[in-house]
Design a protein around this ligand. Structure first.
Ligand code: PLP
Length: 388
């Protein structure tokens, strides 16, 4: 048989799936692995999906998505003074497909894309899938996992096509300040770069500061592709719906390529998403309030009961913490594998998010307070044993 495409070998497998794979067959598991709300989609949104399905709306929809939903997405930026129209929006199968289409239309083989290190592993894989080159810039715990603009500047080369940013960040939970984003925006303008800004977690912020998009800064609207969706804020992961917002040239090309990718998104899903976006936001606010309680709980347990062997800064966004495990003397892979085998607790090694994630472990706290307490009790037992 002829060889499979080289991208089968250049794209790394997911560390999250690997760790979950190791847990198959184990009982009494506590999982901090998945970046997925443990809440079921709010009832009103489910009912809308059922209603549209019951009405027999089972056909293809336009490649771009339903005009009503595109309009509602565009309008959702108005309160922040960002003016978009329907022509700036495409509806996709999750934020994931929005990212994939973005890379399809932006990247040529050999183009460089600046990513943070640690990064959300899928970015690295996607950039490689297109034969482009991820250029990694370290972000550090002591700096709230924000980019140092000077380091981005020195990573830019004539081949740089885009900077990919993701705040609030998976895996670190870090949220960039407006001042920091402004500096990155300047670099993009000066070097004529695109910025892919993944804002999937923008609703999940726990400080009083409002979320700022890098697309808000001068000269940025035209060069930004905003990636967003419904999975995290509305607990709609399995529905598979998201969107991209960008200039008309980018969006019209994404719409063209959508035909050869997935054609269109299922109408009941789009109508449910429209209801999610335009209806009462109380269920979202309630979920966010719960995540904040859990964040405080897990950070407090880590920082007060682990004898300094594991520590974490308190992240301002997402439902992740990126805990520093350097005090245990274990690598992040050893830590997670042993914790799984010995205590049946699933976490994800920081090294799965890039070399600069070594020494850290990602916890998703999208799980109940009981699970957090029990999981941390087991981790404490594990720490006591390895200190032995
Ligand atoms: N971006 C980030 C940073 C994510 O963590 C995820 C999901 O985990 C996505 C995008 C994709 O989300 P979805 O495809 O479910 O909309």
């Amino acid at each position: 048989m002829k060889e499979l495409a080289t991208r089968c070998h250049t794209v790394p497998a997911s560390a999250i799936r690997a760790m979950v794979g190791k847990s198959y067959g184990m009982d009494n598991l506590i999982s901090f692995a998945f970046g997925e709300p443990d809440f079921v989609t709010p009832r009103r949104i489910i009912d809308k999906g059922i209603e549209v399905l019951d009405a027999g709306r089972t056909f293809y929809t336009p490649n771009a998505g339903l005009p009503e939903l595109r309009e509602a997405v565009a309008a959702s930026y108005e309160p922040r003074g960002m003016h978009y129209t329907i022509d700036n929006v495409i509806i996709t199968v999750g934020g994931m497909e929005a990212l994939l289409l973005t890379m399809l239309i932006l990247l040529e083989e050999g183009d460089e894309v600046i990513l943070s290190n640690p990064y959300w592993a899928n970015y690295y894989g996607m950039v490689r899938e297109f034969g482009a080159v991820p250029v990694l810039v370290d972000v550090r715990e002591e700096n709230g996992f924000m980019f140092d603009p000077a380091e981005i500047r020195s990573a830019v080369t004539p081949k740089t096509k885009a900077i990919l940013i993701n705040f609030p960040s998976n895996p670190t939970g870090g949220v960039a300040t407006a001042e920091n984003l402004k500096e990155i925006a300047k670099i993009a303008v000066e070097n004529d770069l695109y910025v892919i800004t993944d804002e999937m977690y923008r609703r999940l912020i726990y400080s009083d500061e409002r979320f700022t998009s890098i697309a808000e800064f001068p000269g940025m609207k035209e060069r930004c592709v905003i990636i967003d969706g419904f999975s995290k804020a509305y607990a709609m992961t399995g529905w598979r719906i998201g969107y991209a917002v960008a200039n008309e040239e980018i969006i019209s090309n994404m719409i063209k390529l959508q035909e050869n990718a997935v054609s269109s998104v299922f109408e009941p899903v789009q109508r449910a998403a429209l209801d999610a976006l335009t209806g009462d936001q109380t269920p979202v606010e309630e979920m966010i309030a719960q995540y904040k309680i859990r964040r405080d709980l897990i950070c407090d347990l880590i920082n007060s009961t682990m004898d300094g062997k594991i520590t974490c800064s308190v992240p301002e966004g997402t439902f992740y913490i990126f805990a520093n495990i350097k005090g245990t003397g274990l690598t992040s892979e050893e830590f997670c594998s042993r914790l799984l085998e010995e205590e049946h607790v699933i976490t994800v090694p920081g090294s799965g998010f890039g070399s600069n994630g070594e020494g850290f472990v990602r916890f998703s706290y999208a799980t109940s307070e009981e699970n957090i307490k029990e999981g941390l009790r087991r981790i404490k037992a594990f720490i006591d044993r390895i200190q032995g």
